[in-house]
Design a protein around this ligand. Structure first.
Ligand code: CTP
Length: 400
């Protein structure tokens, strides 16, 4: 099998320079990349750069190398087309099927998955015209990733930034791996919690746990690549924001509960992958707790935190909402898992065995997904991403 063929479409926005990094990632990871910039993209980054980085000729118009019929061939032979940055104008052209240059022709002839990474000013992104074009493209099966929030060109900040190229690459990798299968979470809003809560004791200390957040982030990334609108509630993770995902940082269990209930209100799926502390110190000391010579330390009194998963499962924000929990167990994994599934009232429970060297902070995981319907899906030891895909497969079946 040859290298996967990727077409990198670049439209005319200042973020075009970030597409150089995406191109580099794609070529270095063994993809055969053909860059198709628009004429206006060349105002930002010249043809020489694209050509040198891709090792291929670069053209913007259908009139170059006409004997090779590039306006048809490039799209027909592609395994993936990614447009980054996609301007408001490019999204409009793609939604309406215009074909006035090589990139728009390529989009019409491509039968492979297509990813758009929009970048523009917030007003342009929020304009009903753009939003309708995005909805049209998504309905037709394209993955349009949400822009990131942050500094825009000039003095403005808001939603509209091109996500980090490394993270766009991650989406491309996953979409390519799925092949021509439809983005089956398109039109769905999924909420994922990740990381571990920290319950403060005083201004410098907290009760925490060893969850890295990697499994939750893998769930968020795979959901975005399958077309979902994703809200990621991140408890103390320090991981880079995945492309196309709204990240809500939280610290404590109480903050996580508040964010989860709010996001769940219009969600189709809620996945509680975060390790939530069951207890918090009853008293928060406003000043640092000091040791006193000759005195034993004061015992720490704990109080129960709310059980967020149980609450979300019991009061579903909408009918048919699918709720997924995680269980970390050290002994009698399956028996405890079944009991926990019943106690929490969720639809699916991902049970994994944990220990000091197992699961926490690693790239791999091994689990069994228990269903409230009695099903049992073992997921062999492998990347956290593979477990995430299985979870979404099981969720999609329940949504349908
Ligand atoms: N969870 C939650 N709220 C809590 C505690 C846990 O929503 N206060 C969620 C976790 O996000 C996870 C699931 O419940 O999806 C199971 O977490 P786990 O810690 O294994 O279960 P516990 O209820 O804490 O059970 P125990 O510690 O007794 O095993």
């Amino acid at each position: 099998m040859g290298k996967p063929k990727v077409v990198l479409g670049v439209s005319g926005g200042i973020a075009a320079y970030k597409a150089c990094e995406l191109l580099r990632r794609l070529t270095e990871s063994g993809h055969d990349v053909r860059v198709v910039p628009t004429a206006s993209a060349l105002h930002f980054v010249g043809a020489a750069t694209w050509s040198a980085l891709s090792g291929k000729p670069v053209s913007t118009e259908v009139w170059d190398d006409v004997h090779e019929v590039p306006h048809v061939r490039i799209g027909q032979h592609a395994d993936l087309v990614v447009v980054a940055p996609a301007t408001a104008d490019m999204l409009a052209k793609a939604a309406h099927g215009l074909a006035d240059d090589l990139l728009t022709n390529t989009l019409l002839t491509a039968r492979c998955p297509v990813v758009f990474a929009p970048a523009m000013h917030t007003e342009m992104w929020e304009h009903p015209a753009t939003q309708e074009n995005v909805a049209t493209l998504r309905r037709r099966g394209a993955v349009v990733i949400e822009p990131a929030v942050g500094r825009l060109t000039g003095v403005d900040t808001g939603k509209g930034r091109l996500p980090d190229p490394t993270e766009i690459f991650e989406i491309c990798r996953r979409v390519l791996a799925r092949g021509v299968r439809e983005p089956d979470l398109a039109g769905r809003h999924v909420v994922v919690s990740a990381g571990g809560t920290r319950e403060p004791l005083d201004p410098v200390r907290f009760l925490g746990n060893r969850s890295s957040g990697k499994q939750g982030y893998a769930l968020a990334r795979t959901a975005a690549a399958r077309g979902a609108r994703v809200t990621l509630i991140a408890a103390n993770t320090g991981l880079p924001d995945p492309a196309g995902v709204d990240v809500i940082p939280v610290g404590t269990a109480v903050q996580l509960r508040e964010a989860a209930l709010k996001a769940a209100a219009d969600a189709d799926v809620v996945v509680m992958a975060a390790a939530v502390a069951d207890f918090r110190p009853a008293v928060y000391a406003l000043g640092k707790i000091k040791k006193k010579d000759g005195q034993e330390p004061e015992p720490i009194t704990l109080v129960r935190n709310p059980d967020i998963l149980a609450e979300l499962s019991a009061d579903r924000a909408r009918p048919g909402q699918v709720v997924v929990g995680f269980a970390a167990e050290t002994d009698d994994v399956l028996v405890n898992g079944r009991a926990k599934l019943a106690r929490k009232g969720c639809d699916l429970l991902v049970v994994n065995e944990v220990g000091e060297a197992k699961t926490f902070g690693t790239e791999e995981n091994e689990a069994v997904v228990l269903g409230a319907d009695g099903s049992e899906t073992p997921v062999p030891y492998g990347p956290k991403e593979a477990l995430a895909e299985t979870v979404w497969d099981l969720v999609v079946r329940r949504l349908a």
